[in-house]
Design a protein around this ligand. Sequence first.
Ligand SMILES: *Cc1c(COP(=O)(O)O)cnc(C)c1O
Length: 396
Amino acid sequence: METVKPYTGYGKKENLQFESKAVHGALGYEPSTGSVSFPIYQTSTFRHKELGVSTGFDYSRLQNPTRQELERTIAILENGLEGFALSSGQAANLSIFTWLNPGDHVLISNDIYGGTFRIAEDIFVKYGVAFTYVEMSDLNAVKAAVTSQTRMFFIETPTNPLMKVADIAAISGYAKSIGVITVVDNTFLTPYFQKPLDLGADVVVHSGTKYLGGHNDTMAGLVVVKSQEMADHMRLQLKTQGNGLAALDSWLILRGLKTLHLRMERHNQNAYKTAHWLRKHPLVKKVYYVGFENHPGYEITKKQTAGFGGMISFTVNSEDTVKRILKNVDMIMFAESLGGTETLITYPTTQTHESIPEDIKQKLGITREFLRMSVGLEHADDIIRDLNRAMDGREL
Ligand SMILES: *Cc1c(COP(=O)(O)O)cnc(C)c1O
């Protein structure tokens, strides 16, 4: 039998298109057996042959082959140096923030995900890090908020849940000029639609729980870095905090990544149809969707992304309408989270953004009439029909 020459890995498939990279990953299969599905290495530790000899794997908190395959795959997809897989998006963001020292100052998008806000205010403020929440879609506002202590910009674009768009190239270019690092939470668009590192950012973080996993069946966080220094920092965090992703969950995310491009295309199409329908509904006051030509970030979106994604937020006429929708949706589920095959509808003010102070939420528009929807992979007509019936009891 002919022996198959294994891919020695990482970087060897750089000439492939994104779709092929997503399907084939880093090693892509297990060379010693030929297993096409990358194995789940369900082990805590690894046997050594003799003193001073290691397979490169010693203990799963430090490194595990399945996790490594995922880490290398996400690094390839985001065009980064190294990737890291953690137990959740929160764990990923927290590990990045440990880069900071007491006295440092950070600028964060003003409608940031509630969990990120809690990492800042409930944990890092205690250790002497200061945060300012900024309108990241306005470069002048960013410049005005910088102090001599500023060390990091942390941006979401589009933001969760108000879908505001920040110019990644402009912000990270400015950051570089003043010695600040730029971190982009790329959960909403994924590397299929947006590659922050190519646009100049230093670090990309993900809640892998969302589109990368894509099936509402596991939690994960991913980080991709560009510099060796940042990579060393992250390696130390996984080893020390013990927050690396377990083998089975790593495998689930790898499996999700194989269809990322197909899923994102359909999320994109379904959200486009749903947003345009919602916009015309008499009970809907405003739709927040980056694919509208009159969205303030439309030009930047066209410049820096290859698609609009599957997220829509909208405001209805009254809190009663909100209650009716959340009670009466049938196929669509009233649940937190996003990015999965199922369409989910969320009430940010008491769910994802509960931790944000009431006055700030009011000012931003995260009101009691405000809903967020992650448009899934069902037939778009079914999504629209379900929504319509939940809104006013009438069948389409
Ligand atoms: C969900 C989410 C997170 C947190 O990720 P978990 O996997 O839930 O810990 C961070 N950022 C964004 C934009 C999210 O949507």
